[in-house]
Design a protein around this ligand. Structure first.
Ligand code: ZN
Length: 202
């Protein structure tokens, strides 16, 4: 499977001059929603991801995703694995478990995102699960942004990675591209302005 080509075909691999939520700039941006708007494709991708996880004999009971980005991927992965699915969400900036979702003592979870960048949101979800007595046994994502090490791809870990090194991350592909400090961006030097992804129809 060529995940990069799938993202390109879906218009989810954007090229331009983007202002990222971190404040940094990039020539590329991944908009996974454009892949996941195709339910059949989303299902097929998550079946592949389920096979990867199964090949490592990871035993788990449930999947949890951080809202909003992780929900579609997590739900499809849970369907492919025939597991329960819950999600965490931010309430006034604080990641929380709501809507009557419960965690059993010792219940084993995989935390699923659409894309793992540094893994910050996934880690916040993991901490909630653990604080309620659950056990996080791994992380999963359709795509990885090159910071955290993917167990099945074995790319090197970079210093910004937040996911714990002792737990596996599974993903279908790894996207590495440069990000720039706003005051040292070659795209800015060429005279174009960085835009927030999503603000101009992307
Ligand atoms: Zn720039």
């Amino acid at each position: 499977m060529n995940l990069k080509q799938i993202y390109k075909d879906c218009g989810a691999y954007l090229q331009g001059h983007f202002l990222l939520s971190s404040g940094k700039h990039s020539e590329f941006y991944l908009q996974s929603a454009k892949v996941l708007e195709n339910p059949k494709l989303a299902g097929e991708l998550c079946e592949e991801l389920a096979k990867v996880i199964a090949s490592f004999n990871i035993e788990f009971d449930s999947i949890c995703s951080p809202a909003l980005g992780g929900i579609l991927a997590g739900y499809e992965l849970a369907k492919a694995c025939n597991k329960r699915f819950i999600f965490t969400e931010r309430v006034e900036g604080v990641m929380s478990l709501r809507r009557g979702f419960e965690v059993k003592k010792g219940e084993k979870f995989i935390i699923c995102e659409d894309i793992i960048t540094t893994g910050g949101s996934a880690l916040e979800s993991a901490k909630i699960i653990e604080s309620l007595g659950g056990e996080v046994v791994g992380f999963a994502a359709l795509a990885n942004r090159g910071f955290c090490t993917v167990k099945n791809l074995n790319n090197p870990r970079k210093e910004n990675a937040k996911l714990p090194e002792n737990l596996p991350l599974f993903a279908l592909g790894n996207f590495e591209f440069d990000i720039y400090e706003a005051n040292a961006c070659p795209l800015c030097e060429k005279g174009t302005k960085a835009i927030k992804p999503g603000s101009r129809g992307n």
